[in-house]
Ligand binder design. Structure first.
Ligand SMILES: Nc1ncnc2c1ncn2[C@@H]1O[C@H](COP(=O)(O)OP(=O)(O)O)[C@@H](O)[C@H]1O
Ligand SMILES: [Mg+2]
Length: 247
């Protein structure tokens, strides 16, 4: 599904990714762990096509397409979803409006007709239910006054509605209490753990991985994947720290 080959990227002229390679097949859940500043978020933003993240080498194919040749909105239309470490607030726009616009923009790019109000509400209710999110909450302006946990749950509702092929989730567990962590973890499983979907979880704690069990765990340090293992690698990192692995 996703094949990253020797990817190098700079942020503000500073080399951050330095020849990173990684392959993700349909049906797989991968976790990337690594110390602060290792380049984890940079990888997510670079794959999402965020301005300011400049690719200086290597290639990325996504479902046999050259991902790097696509504009950010085309990447989303192709089925890529990026969950942000710090979700943005959009005063004046309600979450339901936002979700409906997002869903219909996505459908338009796929040549599908927009959802009717009723169809959209049914879909939104279903996905909000998966995340134990009250519909009243989604009538509020996007993320304004939401707690950290509510922002992440709302973001997972958005993911459910967009129904991406590949979700890259950056620190989706940050700021979550134990209950929210379980709800978000179960939501990710319900939406994304399917034979034709894949997930790349970026995290520096192993706790989300208790709920969303990764098939592969990678350690990112110095701009490259320096080690790959199974779910047990996350436990090893948790008990021994990154230094034992990156030294
Ligand atoms: N806009 C920016 N300008 C300059 N340096 C940046 C910028 N964004 C990120 N960096 C630097 O890039 C490096 C990698 O950051 P990041 O990808 O956020 O790491 P991680 O997510 O692994 O903690 C860090 O050294 C960070 O300071
Ligand atoms: Mg980060």
């Amino acid at each position: 599904m996703l094949s990253i080959h020797n990817l190098s990227a700079t942020v503000a002229d500073k080399p951050i990714l330095k020849g990173l390679s990684l392959s993700i097949n349909a049906g797989e859940i991968h976790a990337i762990m690594g110390p602060n500043g290792a380049g984890k978020s940079t990888l997510g933003y670079t794959l999402g096509g965020r301005p300011g993240y400049e690719v200086t080498g290597g290639s990325v194919t996504f479902n046999d397409e050259d991902l790097l040749a696509l504009a950010p909105h085309e990447r989303a239309a192709a089925g890529l979803f990026l969950g942000f470490q710090y979700p943005v607030e959009i005063p004046g726009v309600s979450f339901v409006q936002f979700l409906r616009e997002a869903a219909n923009a996505q459908r338009k790019s796929l040549g599908q007709p927009p959802l009717t109000g009723g169809e959209f509400l049914k879909l939104a209710r279903e996905k909000a239910g998966l995340l134990k999110m009250d519909m009243d909450m989604l009538k509020r302006p996007v993320n304004v006054g939401f707690s950290g946990g509510e922002k992440k749950r709302a973001e997972m509702v958005q993911m459910g509605i967009l129904d991406p092929k590949l979700a890259i989730l950056d620190e989706t567990d940050s700021g979550l209490d134990i209950d929210a962590l379980r709800i978000v973890g179960e939501g990710i499983n319900a939406i994304m753990r399917k034979p034709d979907r894949a997930v790349l979880l970026i995290t520096h704690y192993q706790r989300l991985l208790d709920y969303v069990k990764p098939d592969f765990v990678h350690v990112l340090a110095g701009g490259r994947i320096i080690r790959t293992g199974g779910a047990e690698l996350a436990l090893e990192l948790e008990s021994q720290g990154y230094e034992a692995v990156t030294a």
